[in-house]
Design a protein around this ligand. Structure first.
Ligand SMILES: [Zn+2]
Length: 334
C-alpha cells in the first residue's frame, strides 16, 4: 500500500510555513550547514515536554525568515514538499508579524509570500491558498491588524484568519473582538484549540470565535457534550496525529483520539502541521495512521474528501480536485 499512499492525491489544510523548512530549504538560507546541525536546530525532539517547548523549536527558522528572499525560499521549499506528497490542494499558514524584525512591513511580508505561493504552486501544478495567523500571545491591536490583513488580501489568495500558538498559557480574551470583526466582515475563521488544553478550550472557541474549523480539537473527546456539539455543528477538525504525539497530547499514536472522532462522526482531515519541526511528510502521516489503525485507502480518501469539503477553495477548484480523487479511486478498485 506504500506506493499507493504516495501516489494518492491529497488535500492538506494545516501546515505552517515556519515549521516546514526541510534540509534543502534551510541549507539555502544557511549555506554550509551539515545535516546534523540542521536536525539539531530545525527538528524538534521526538517528545517535547509540552506545546511550549515545541514552539521554542521554531525560533531558529523564524530568525532566518526575516527577508523577502528568505520568505520566498521558505515558501518555495514548502510547496516543493507538498508536490512531492502529491498534495493537489493546500492551505498553508503563517503569522506575518513574526517576519518584521528586519523592517519588513506586514503587508510586504504577505505580498511576498502570496507572490511566491502562486509562482511555485503553478510550477508544481497544485493549488494553494494562504491563511494568516494571529497568536495567543498577541494583544488586541495585533489581532485586529491580522484580521485587517485577511480582509485586505482576501481577493488575492488569503482565505482565513487563524488563532495559533500557546493555548495553555494565554486566554482567548484579547482575540474575541478581532474574530467578531472577521465574522462581521464575512471572513473565514479557524482557531487552534483542544490541543494543549482540553474540551473546555474547544467549547470556548465555538462560543466566542465563530469558527468553521478547529486546528487539532482532538481533545473534544474528553467531554461528550463538546464532541456532540462539534458533530452537530459540522465543525471540521484539522487533525495532525504525529505532531500531537510530539507535543505529548497522547503518549503514542495508538492512544490518539482519531478513532473516537471517526466513530462519533466528526468531520476531520489528516495534516502534518509542522513538516520540519515534527519531521513528517503527509504520505508518512497517512502510512502511520493506516498502519496503526488498520485504515484502508478508502478511509484515507474519505479524509481528503472531508478536507476538500471544509477547504476555502473556490468551487471550480473543489470540482477539479474532486474529479481527480474520483479518478484515483476508480483506478485503485479496478
Ligand atoms: Zn498548527
Amino acid at each position: 500500500m506504500r506506493n499507493t499512499l504516495h501516489s494518492m492525491p491529497k488535500v492538506e489544510l494545516h501546515t505552517h510555513i515556519d515549521c516546514s523548512l526541510d534540509f534543502k530549504t534551510a541549507s539555502l538560507l544557511q549555506p554550509g550547514m551539515s545535516f546534523a546541525e540542521y536536525k539539531e536546530a530545525f527538528v524538534g525532539p521526538e517528545k517535547c515536554k509540552d506545546l511550549v517547548q515545541f514552539l521554542q523549536c521554531i525560533d531558529p527558522a523564524l530568525a532566518l525568515m526575516q527577508t523577502r528572499l528568505a520568505l520566498q525560499v521558505s515558501v518555495d521549499g514548502l510547496i516543493r514538499q507538498l508536490a512531492a506528497d502529491n498534495v493537489l490542494y493546500a492551505e498553508i499558514r503563517f503569522a506575518p508579524h513574526l517576519h518584521t524584525q528586519n523592517g519588513l512591513r506586514p503587508e510586504e511580508v504577505v505580498e511576498t509570500v502570496l507572490a511566491q505561493m502562486f509562482e511555485s504552486s503553478e510550477r508544481e501544478g497544485i493549488y494553494c491558498r494562504l491563511i494568516l495567523c494571529t497568536l495567543r500571545d498577541f494583544n488586541k491591536e495585533q489581532s485586529y491588524e491580522v484580521t485587517d490583513l485577511v480582509a485586505r488580501y482576501q481577493t488575492q489568495g488569503v482565505v482565513a484568519l487563524d488563532l495559533a500558538a500557546d493555548e495553555a498559557n494565554f486566554p482567548l480574551d484579547e482575540h474575541i473582538a478581532a474574530f467578531r470583526r472577521a465574522n462581521t466582515l464575512g471572513l473565514n475563521t479557524i482557531a487552534h484549540a483542544g490541543e494543549a488544553r482540553g474540551a473546555d478550550s474547544v467549547l470556548e472557541t465555538l462560543e466566542n470565535l465563530g469558527v468553521s474549523r478547529i486546528g487539532h480539537g482532538v481533545r473534544s473527546v474528553e467531554d461528550p457534550r463538546v464532541l456532540e456539539r462539534v458533530v452537530k455543528e459540522g465543525i471540521h477538525l484539522e487533525v495532525c496525529p504525529t505532531c500531537n504525539i510530539q507535543t505529548d497530547i497522547f503518549p503514542e499514536l495508538k492512544d490518539h483520539s482519531l478513532v473516537q472522532l471517526k466513530q462519533a462522526g466528526v468531520k476531520f482531515s489528516l495534516n502534518t502541521d509542522a513538516r520540519a519541526t515534527t519531521g513528517v511528510s503527509l504520505t508518512e502521516e497517512y502510512e502511520r495512521v493506516a498502519h496503526t489503525f488498520d485504515w484502508t485507502e478508502q478511509d484515507l480518501l474519505t479524509s481528503s474528501r472531508m478536507a476538500l469539503d471544509a477547504s476555502f477553495a473556490p468551487d471550480d477548484v473543489k470540482q477539479s480536485i474532486q474529479e481527480k480523487l474520483e479518478v484515483f479511486e476508480a483506478a485503485s478498485v479496478e
